[in-house]
Design a protein around this ligand. Sequence first.
Ligand code: HEM
Length: 490
Amino acid sequence: IRLSVVGISKPKTMDELGGPSFATTLYWLFIKGYFQTTQQMQIEHKKIYGPLWKSTYGPLVVVNVASAELIEQVLRQEGKHPVRTDMPHWRGYRELRNQAHGPLTEMGEKWQRIRSILNPRMLKPKHVSSYSNTINDVVTDFISRVAWLRDTSGQGVMVNDLTAELYKFAFEGICSVLFETRMGCMNETVPEETQKFIFSVGEMFRLSPIIVLFPKSLWPYLPFWKQFVATWDHLFKVAEELVNKKIEGIQQNVDLDKNMEGAYLTHLLLSDQMTVTEILGSITELLLAGVDTTSNTISWSLYHLAKEPEIQEQLYQEVISVCPGDKVPTSSDITQMPYLKAIVKETLRLYPVVPGNARVTVENEIIVGDHLFPKQTLFHLCHYAVSYDENIFPAPHTFMPQRWLRGDDKLKQHPFGSVPFGFGIRACLGRRVAELEMYLLLSRLIKHYEVKPDPTGTAVKPITRTLLCPATPINLKFLDRRAEQGASSL
Ligand code: HEM
């Protein structure tokens, strides 16, 4: 297709592609200080090299793709079994301990098989909407926890380090969907085991980028490899206990001849499509993928709603018109809240939690722009840079949910301008559940509280720590609307 666009001229080779040398990249990262703001480096490098450039990290060559058109070209040419990276360190742990790979780490036909088993109950609307009540229970507890936090540690009004609190919400939310078990993260004191799980996830993400810098043969001699293995051991141990508890529960219920539909894990165990080891491998990865992503996105949404009272008021009006009085939103109510959805979309445009996504062309050589790339090329899709492309999103730095609303004058945006959950068959498995969690939490929180910025006026910037996170804690004021309106008509 591309050849016809560029005429019959021969496509250029990868060697002919420009970009910074390894030394230049090191200079940018460590002297210019972009080490923690690599998302911003995408934008700066695009200005210098254009939308397609090559970075070298020692022996590793990465092709950066930073326009919606070119990202579309890469993604539309992926084969039957797309691969992000081979994740040697994560896979290395699983091989060491004879654990199974899950959807994040598996490849080829085995990956396809896992996805075909996991997909239906994670992505099909009728199944996902059946999780509403479970998630709403967690939201109810979060709203109470906010009140408790304000009273005990926020002089009656502040919630400090909101992301840490939302992390507990997201963990509790995804566990309630997967296991139909409550973990106690909304309690005044979070159980020690859960706290250790949360800590282990953080450690694993912290150690991961350090370990991949070293060749595999050196790993056993690295002190942090032992730590890395220990954190994974803990993650698998916690998941295993939860899986075993469910197996026992099912056994008891089957004995009593009870109807056992419900939790995601119950379904996997009963459907007999995977071994218990395989289920454990997948469940552990779902827990990992489903917590920081959701909690960071909700944090950024609330941060902006606090800064933009008019947008917050419009959301509040939408929520109370669809769910007046004490009515708790369900997933069908959410379909009538386009502004809420637009707020989440706009949040994910400004803060794509996965700011750059890797893709390896395993099966085919592909043409992108004027270049032909061989099999096994490692692409880095610069979603962050594209999100701030003013040709696609005018006033790109402004939080403008209305750009996502249908209207006569709405400019047709490029479909690959903002793809925060990825695209195609390897796209996010938890997208629908994450969206449901975000919609239910945001709508109910804003119905209950008016959110206001930190009175100290501290602005919070994003940094990249694998995911795009707030560089400093987000602290916000939560004013109870009921109290404000003199216990009127909530
Ligand atoms: C706001 C929330 C979330 C965002 C923005 C997000 C984003 C992403 C992105 C960009 C990818 C890579 C897609 C690609 O390579 O094309 C991904 C993969 C994945 N996500 Fe999410 N995610 C979120 C929440 C979740 C949740 C709640 C779960 C679990 C229930 C989850 C499970 C996964 C899994 C398992 C994969 C790997 C899929 C595969 O390789 O086959 N995610 N996510």
